[in-house]
Design a protein around this ligand. Structure first.
Ligand SMILES: [Zn+2]
Length: 209
């Protein structure tokens, strides 16, 4: 829980944990429990249930920042607008994006959005999975379940890291991204680690052995 708290360093701004990278403890902003609670609500609203907070989401996934702040104020007595900015700015995974007076989640949507990130330029991408699943994927392709987009890894190591949450012996599937994109499949570059993709047929997949 201590690692989840948000504090404010006078030099480096909001950070998670007990000490900033510069070793200053700074000023407490939000304790670990509330950081987790707020994070779940914000990511949930922006990825899965905007209607629960009565938010209107446009096709690109954007919602009005002030409406989100008002909804959070109504929901949590302890909440101040600074907490939302602290949550977003201290998020090292870059889950959120702010533009003018709007906010959106960058990935992991289940709602039907049509995101507009820059197209991927890497020739190959990676998908870490279990041994059983890998066989099935090579047969039927990569598809989403409950998710709007597939999440692909930008490196072999990242694919291993992700798959290790589910199995001790990850299998990494290589996606021939260049060919897939040339055939018309949309793959977007979202962060250093993640690309989002439409479904990918088996033709563009192979297993590293
Ligand atoms: Zn600092």
């Amino acid at each position: 829980m201590e690692t989840d708290q948000i504090r404010m360093c006078p030099t480096h701004g909001y950070f998670r944990g007990e000490k900033c990278q510069c070793d200053q403890a700074g000023r407490p902003i939000l304790d670990g429990g509330r950081t987790i609670q707020l994070g779940k609500m914000v990511s949930g609203a922006l990825r899965h249930f905007p209607e629960k907070l009565r938010l209107e989401m446009d096709k690109r996934g954007w919602v009005d920042m002030e409406s989100l702040i008002t909804a959070l104020e109504d929901r949590y007595r302890w909440f101040y607008r600074e907490h939302l900015f602290a949550l977003i700015e201290s998020d090292v995974k870059g889950r959120y994006e702010i533009k003018e007076d709007k906010i959106r989640a960058r990935y992991a949507h289940s709602v039907d959005v049509d995101l507009d990130f820059p197209l991927n330029e890497r020739p190959e991408l990676y998908y870490g999975t279990t041994e059983e699943e890998a066989d099935r994927i090579l047969e039927v392709g990569l598809k989403t379940v409950n998710q709007r987009y597939l999440h692909l890894s930008t490196s072999f190591d990242e694919a291993i890291r992700v798959a290790k949450y589910r199995t001790d012996q990850p299998i990494v599937i290589i996606i021939n991204a260049r060919q897939a994109q040339e055939s018309g499949i949309k793959i977007m570059n979202v962060s250093e680690q993640i690309c989002l993709s439409e479904i990918i047929p088996p033709t563009f997949l192979e297993i590293i052995s």
